[in-house]
Design a binder for this molecule. Structure first.
Ligand code: UDP
Length: 333
């Protein structure tokens, strides 16, 4: 009897930043990839190079509605969600729905297909953390009703329902707590600090540091992130695992690095700190090191250069699109 090869994977949020890089990776590994996206924040441009490949299919679908995919599915990677403070302020209800109803639909699909599912969770489950660096044991410090609550609580619910499916239905589940990740294909107007600073450099504008810039973040290059996620999916560990780069930097120091990198001699200007903006964020990745034998390899210097080169290489039209994507019409949904 021939052994069935497990190689058919569904990736939600496929046209987004992380989702599209995951599609590339699984295609490269010889998987058959089904990408799904409702294209609210995602952009087909991120996956257009995959159209025409025999091993790639795309479904334009909103996963908060019943999800049907014919045939076998071996793995599901659930990456559909707005993921930046600006985005979830614009579409708060969708953010809550995709993390809750969307996740429920995908867990149901995984159960039906007997597939292993990896859920994209986030360092935001730790909120504005009182423990530093953050280990997986930390329960977090989240303001349920603050502007970030729609994302944070959806992701916390997502972890709970995923563990419930694991415990109650015996579903094979994986939970990645993803820390700030960057690289090509981020949207320039999504409000996150890296595209914000790079966009400002490209347009010759001042660099806007929020607050006094002493808040810290730890940035992971996308290739490292994808490697960590791939290893987690293939591992046998069902509890949450932090995936990120522990190399921590203050936002002000980072702004200075950007000025150096882009050589545009911009001024740094200060703007008010948004509400509930976490003061510190740094993953403790001991667990990922131990169980996945993984750690990031790409330095900020190299990763940022690659990212800047990507944005510099975009045509005027592509830049415009990345800077002006507007999805406010979806607010009525
Ligand atoms: N930030 C900033 N200037 C900007 C955009 C963001 O100083 O133009 C700060 C923001 O206040 C936060 C940090 O950069 O402290 C990272 O923000 P981001 O939105 O990328 O992600 P977060 O980790 O806060 O979800």
């Amino acid at each position: 009897m021939t052994k069935q090869i497990k190689n058919r994977v569904l990736i939600t949020g496929a046209a987004g930043f992380l989702g599209s890089h995951l599609c590339d990776r699984f295609i490269m590994e010889g998987f058959e990839v089904i990408g799904m996206d409702n294209l609210i924040t995602g952009d087909l441009k991120n996956i257009e190079h995959l159209f025409g490949k025999e091993t790639f299919q795309f479904y334009h679908h909103d996963i908060t509605r019943f999800v049907h995919v014919p045939g076998r599915i071996d793995y599901i990677l659930h990456f559909a969600s707005p993921a930046s403070p600006i985005d979830y302020l614009k579409i708060p209800i969708q953010t809550l729905k995709v993390g809750s109803l969307g996740t429920h639909n995908l867990l149901g699909l995984a159960k039906e297909k007997n597939a292993r599912i990896l859920i994209a969770s986030t360092s935001e489950v730790y909120g504005d953390p009182l423990v530093h660096p953050q280990t997986e044991e930390y329960y977090g410090n989240v303001n349920t009703i603050g502007p970030r609550g729609v994302y944070d609580e959806a992701k916390r619910f997502q972890e709970s329902i995923t563990m419930a499916y694991h415990r109650f239905h015996g579903l094979e589940t994986r939970i990645a707590r993803i820390f700030n990740t960057y690289g090509p294909r981020m949207r320039l107007n999504d409000g996150r600090v890296i595209p914000a600073f790079l966009g400002q450099a490209l347009r010759g504008e001042d660099i806007t540091v929020f607050g006094d810039g002493t808040q810290t973040r730890s940035f992971c290059y996308v290739d490292d992130q994808v490697e960590g996620l791939f290893r987690l999916l293939m591992s046998d560990y069902s509890y949450p695992v932090n995936i990120g780069n522990p190399d921590e930097i203050s936002i002000l120091d980072f702004a200075e690095e950007i000025v150096k990198l882009t050589g545009a001699g911009q001024k740094i200007v200060y703007q008010p700190l948004p509400k509930d903006d976490p003061m510190q964020r740094q993953p403790d990745i001991s667990l990922a090191r131990k169980i996945l034998n993984w750690e990031p390899k790409v330095s900020r210097e190299i990763g940022m250069k690659k990212t800047y080169d990507y944005f510099k290489g975009l045509s005027k039209e592509e830049l415009y699109r990345s800077e002006h994507k507007d999805f406010t019409a979806h607010n009525r949904l």
